[in-house]
Design a protein around this ligand. Sequence first.
Ligand code: NAP
Length: 491
Amino acid sequence: MSEHTAHANIGVVGLAVMGSNLARNLASREGNTVAIFNRSYAKTQGVLDAHPEAGFIPAATYQEFADSLQKPRTAIIMVKAGAGTDAVIDELVKVFEPGDIIVDGGNAYFPDTIRREKAVRATGINFVGAGISGGEEGALTGPSIMPGGSDESWVTLGPILRSIAAVAEGEPCVTHVGHDGAGHFVKMVHNGIEYADMQLIAEAYDLIRRGTGKSPAEIAEIFAEWNRGELESYLIEITAEVLRQVDAETGTPLVDVIVDQAGAKGTGAWTVQTALSLGVPVSGIAEATFARSLSSHPEQRAVAGALPGPSTGSGTDEFTVPADQVDAFIEDVRLALYASKIVAYSQGFDEIRAGAAEYGWNIDLGAISKIWRGGCIIRAQFLNRIADAYAETPDLPVLMTAPYFAEAIGRAQAAWRRVVVQAAQAGIPAPAFSSSLSYYDGIRADRLPAALVQGQRDFFGAHTYKRIDKPGTFHTLWSGDRTEIEAEDTH
Ligand SMILES: NC(=O)c1ccc[n+]([C@@H]2O[C@H](COP(=O)([O-])OP(=O)(O)OC[C@H]3O[C@@H](n4cnc5c(N)ncnc54)[C@H](OP(=O)(O)O)[C@@H]3O)[C@@H](O)[C@H]2O)c1
C-alpha cells in the first residue's frame, strides 16, 4: 500500500504552533488518522521527527495530501490568517472534490469567511470557518471550537471536532454555531468579551493597589480568594499567578517590570467595529479595546503626564483607603467587578443576537455560553448561569435582566457606584467599570436625553422626530414660524 493511499480521516494544513498542536490532539483521539501538510516541508519533517507516536501521514504536495485523505476529504487549515488562508484554499480547491470539506481554524474576520464560503460552495466543496479558542495549550489538550458552515459538513465534522474539544461538565465544548461566517463571528465576540474581562480585572487590581497600598503578592491572594466564589474563572486564576510572579533579575514583582503598554491582535477592534455597524452598544468591550490603545501611546502619555489631577500640585494623585475600611473597599471592588462583568457579557451576547439577525444565523445563545465553559480563555462557572437564563427565556432581549443577573447586579449596585465615584475622585482611570455602570443606568432609564438629541437633529438637519402622544413623524419649522408639521420619516 502506498503511503498516500487514502486512509487518513482528517488532515491539517499549517504546522506552526497551533496546527501542529491541533494535529497532535487529533492524532491522540481514538479513530483518527491524521494527514499533515505545511508549505515548507521542513516543518512537516520536524513535526514527524518530534512526534512519531502520532502516526502522522506526511504529504509534500497538496496532491499527495488530498490522496492521503478518505472521502469526504476533511482538512483543517491552521495558517496565518488573511492571504495565507486564501492561498491554501486556492490550492486545496484544485485537488479536492465536491462534497469534501475545508475547515479554516484560523482567526479569520467573519466577512472573509462569508466570502470564502460562498466562493468555495460554488465548486461543490464545503467550507467551514471554525473559531478555535484556547491558544496553543488548548489546541493540544482541548480547545473550545466554534464552527460555522453547512449542515452537510457538520455531519462529518461534528464527531471529529467533538473528539478533540475541551470537555466541560461532561459536554464537549463545540456546537454547530450557524451557517457560513457564524463560527468566526462568535469567536470574534468571544475575544471581545475576553478584552473586557481582562480590563475589568486590571482595573480592580489597580484600584486595590493604589487605594490600599497592598503588594502584588498580597493582591494575588485576594484574587485567589475571589476565584473560590462567584467570580471563579480562568482569567481570575491566572491573574493571581501573574501577580505572584517575582522577576528573577530584580527580585521585584514581575508586573512592576513589564512595560505598561497592552498589545492587541485586532479581534477586539473587529468586535467593536462590527458592533458599531450593527448599532449594538458594547461599551465595556470598546473601553477595554481603547484602554489598550491609550496605554500604547507613550509619546502622548509623556506629554499628558503634566496635566493636573485631583491633588493638583503634588504630582501624584493620593488615594488612601482608611485602614479600617480596607476590607469593605476590597469587597466593593469585587462587587463592582462582578456587576461590570455581567454587563460586558450581556453586551457581547447582544452583539451575537444582533449579528445572527443581520446575517440570518440561527444561533443558540445558551449553547454558545456552554461551549465557552471549557478550553477557552473566558471559561468560567458564570457561563452556566447564562445558559440557564437562555434555557428559561430563549429570546431574552437583555441578558442581565434574567433573574439571577438582575439579583446579582441589584446586590452589587451600591458598591459599584461607590467604586466608580472613588475612582473618579481619586483620578484613577476605570473606563470599563464606569462605562458599564453608565450602560446599566442608560438601558434601565425611563426616559433618556435622546429626546433632546432628536430635537437638535431636527433643528439643524430636518431629521424629524416622533411624539410620545400621537403616531406620525414630525418636523418643527425652526427657521420659520416654529410651528410643527407632519413630515416624511428621514430618521
Ligand atoms: N497562536 C495562538 O495562540 C492562536 C490562537 C488562536 C488562533 N490562532 C490562529 O491560528 C492560526 C495559526 O496560528 P499559528 O500561530 O500556529 O501560525 P501563524 O504564525 O499564524 O502562521 C504560520 C503558518 O502559516 C503558514 N503560511 C503562511 N502563509 C502561507 C501561505 N501563503 N501558504 C501556505 N501556508 C502559509 C506557515 O507556513 P510556512 O511554515 O511554510 O511558513 C505556517 O505553517 C492563525 O490564524 C492564528 O490567528 C492562533
